[in-house]
Each structure stands twice: as structure tokens, then as C-alpha cells.
Design a binder for this molecule. Structure first.
Ligand code: PLP
Length: 377
């Protein structure tokens, strides 16, 4: 019987968050009809300053952030939005919900983020926007993506749900495209429980995002555009402020943990450890290896072995989004349509590197992986 339980991700919540939430609860002001209460506004200012943009608009999930960004720039029926197939299904669903068509493209084999050339080749006269996704805390190749988008007049919405504090050529992810979207789901590098935020330097996009998150109302009961209730609560913003103040410190622990895993895992022949272009400083949301162990020592067998031994190794994602039944049915995608993403989905395995993973835990993870492949090398 294994007592150990190393979770794939775990929030770091201490007395500071509890105290700040309690203070908000005691005021009795838990939220506002417009979503711009005192704590939410303070959180927005702090997050915008951290990312290095003019505006941030807090909402109640990363999905809501993506949906709001699309609505703010008028994506709708007849439009195509290019997205990488290696992402969480939310990136595609928000496009579909807006009445537009998600067009999936393949990814770069090293970073598993969108391949700029594949993006360029997928552009048609109906393409209106592109959503590069910064997976596992890495960054997409933003210079190339921005050049292509600018040339074709396309809107760039960064999906930075997994990339809080990631640097691309010294710029924070979420500050490079026209808008950036973050998630504060409990598994993320910083959390508000559920939550999200849009970052932008464009005053008009910011205004429309604010309207969309509260039923399109400029004044109460005076809607000027369609919208939904995507407001963040005051106590979630209070958690966010504390979490943001700890983010860089916690990301540094993730980086150290990732370095330790790489040191010990990089010589195992059946494993490819993650590498990053020199100009990207990842935030290490998870540590994702690729397993090429053959049928007997497959990725799935390794995952099972680790889970049985109390290590919550996880697969992000077992199916690239174009192979979800929804998108195969709608657009006729099949296995073979996007081979780099499909091969990656068969091989990736994410290991925990969050700040609550101790050095002993890291050695235990390595020990179990070595044990699994014992005799192979
Ligand atoms: C890449 C990506 N995009 C979007 C989302 C959606 O964020 P949320 O779960 O906060 O709605 C996630 C969340 O897991 C994600 O990983």
C-alpha cells in the first residue's frame, strides 16, 4: 500500500490568502454588478503592471477570458480562427460558441506550440484571428507569428492559460499579441480557485471586454452590446493579489525542480526531456517528457506505474483537439491530419514540478522512472 501522493499540481495557499479573503468577507461587498469592484480593480492594475500592458480585465475563468477576447474583437459567423491542435478543448470551443470556425494547425516538435509556417499555410480570406497557445509554461514562437499576422491583418489572441510569468525574448507572454488570456484555475501557477484575465494595450478592446463580462451594460440596465456574466468576485481578486505577489518566487522553485528532473532523466534512452529555445524562459506549469519506450514500456504503462506508486503523472492531452469527436464530426478531421500533434499526444507525459514537490519527492519520481525502465539500459 503506497501512502505517498504527489499531485500533478497543487495551489500554494497560506495564511495571507486566508486573511485577505476574510477581510473581504467581513466588508459584506462580495461582488458588484459591473465587475469592477475595489479588489478586482486593484488586482487588474497589479496584473497589468506585472505583465507589462496598459489594461487587464478580470473574469471568472480562462475560458471566459478567451470568449470575451473573441467577442471584444468581433469574431463571429463566417470567420475562421487558427489554433494549434495541442491545446485544451476550451481554446476551440469558444471559437465555435462565437459562431466562427476553428481551423487546427500542427505544432513545433520541440515546444509543442503552434508552428508558424503551418499557421501561415492555413490562412484563407476568411481568417480573422489566430490563437497561439503557450503550452506547459513555454511560449509560442511569437515574433514569427506576429510578423505573419501583421502582414495579413489578423488579430492575435495569446492563450497564456499555462504561462504566468513566461518570458519570450524578455517580454512576458500575454503582452505580445493584441490580447492575452490567462486562467487562474486551481492547478495553475497562480490561482483564484476559478478565474481568468485578459491583458491588452488596446483601450477599445479593454472597454469591450469590460462590457462583455457584464451583459454588455455600460450603465445598469442599459445594454449596448451582447454579453454574459463573466465577473470575478471581490474575494477571488483578493486571493489573486496575494498569489501574484508570490508568483516569481514560486516559479523559481518550479524551475529548480525541473532542472533536477532533467539532470537525472536526460540520460534514460526511452525518454526525451523538455528543452526550450534559449530566448524563452518557461514558467514550468508542468514538466513534460516524451516516452519512446516501445510497446512493453509505453507511455501509458509508465503513467500507470507512476500513478500506482503515488505519483500523479498526467497526459496533456491524450487527444489533440482536432481528433475530438465534435471536431472530427464537424470538419472531417482524421488521424493523420496533423501528424506532429498526434505523435506528441501518444508520447507526452507530464510530471509534477510545482512548489510543493520536495527534493525527496523529485528523487522518488526519478527512482520510480528508473525502476520502470530497469534492464533496458
Ligand atoms: C491552454 C488552456 N486554455 C484554456 C484553458 C481554460 O481555462 P479555465 O479552465 O480557467 O476555463 C485552460 C485551462 O485549463 C488551458 O490549459
Amino acid at each position: 500500500m503506497i501512502n505517498k501522493k504527489i499531485r500533478i499540481n497543487q495551489p500554494v495557499i497560506d495564511e495571507m490568502e486566508i486573511e485577505e479573503v476574510s477581510k473581504v468577507l467581513r466588508t459584506g461587498m462580495l461582488t458588484t454588478w459591473h465587475g469592477s469592484g475595489e479588489k478586482v480593480s486593484e488586482f487588474e492594475r497589479s496584473f497589468a503592471s506585472y505583465i507589462g500592458v496598459e489594461y487587464a480585465i478580470a473574469v471568472n475563468s480562462g475560458t471566459a477570458a478567451l470568449h470575451t477576447a473573441l467577442a471584444a474583437c468581433g469574431i463571429g459567423h463566417g470567420d475562421e480562427v487558427i489554433i494549434p491542435a495541442m491545446t485544451f478543448v476550451a481554446t476551440a470551443n469558444v471559437v465555435l460558441i462565437q459562431g466562427a470556425k476553428p481551423v487546427f494547425v500542427d505544432v513545433d516538435p520541440e515546444t509543442l506550440c503552434m508552428d508558424p509556417e503551418k499557421f501561415q499555410n492555413a490562412i484563407t480570406e476568411n481568417t480573422k484571428a489566430v490563437i497561439p497557445v503557450h503550452v506547459y509554461g513555454c511560449s509560442a514562437e511569437m515574433d514569427a507569428i506576429m510578423d505573419i499576422a501583421e502582414d495579413k491583418g489578423l488579430i492575435v489572441i495569446e492563450d497564456a492559460a499555462q504561462a504566468h510569468g513566461t518570458l519570450y525574448k524578455d517580454k512576458k507572454t500575454g503582452s505580445i499579441g493584441h490580447m492575452g488570456c490567462f486562467s487562474f484555475f486551481a492547478s495553475k501557477n497562480m490561482t483564484t480557485g476559478e478565474g481568468g484575465i485578459i491583458t491588452t494595450n488596446d483601450a477599445e478592446y479593454a472597454r469591450r471586454c469590460r462590457l462583455f463580462r457584464t451583459h454588455g451594460q455600460e450603465e445598469a440596465h442599459m445594454a449596448v452590446m451582447p454579453g454574459l456574466n463573466y465577473r470575478m468576485t471581490e474575494f477571488e481578486a483578493a486571493i489573486g493579489l496575494v498569489q501574484l505577489s508570490k508568483l516569481d518566487k514560486l516559479n523559481a522553485i518550479r524551475a529548480r525542480n525541473a532542472e533536477i528532473l532533467s539532470k537525472y532523466l536526460k540520460n534514460i534512452p526511452s525518454i526525451i526531456t523538455p528543452t526550450f529555445p534559449s530566448y524563452i524562459k518557461p514558467s514550468h506549469y508542468v514538466y513534460t517528457i516524451r516516452v519512446r519506450g516501445g510497446p512493453k514500456k509505453s507511455r501509458d504503462a509508465l503513467q500507470k506505474y507512476l500513478v500506482e506508486n503515488g505519483i500523479e503523472a498526467a497526459i496533456y492531452w491524450p487527444n489533440p483537439v482536432h481528433l475530438h469527436p465534435l471536431y472530427m464530426g464537424l470538419y472531417g478531421y482524421q488521424r493523420g491530419s496533423l501528424p506532429v500533434s498526434e505523435e506528441a499526444s501518444d508520447e507526452v507525459l507530464s510530471l509534477p514540478v510545482h512548489p510543493k514537490v520536495s527534493i525527496d519527492d523529485l528523487h522518488y519520481i526519478v527512482e520510480k522512472i528508473v525502476e520502470f525502465f530497469a534492464g533496458d539500459f
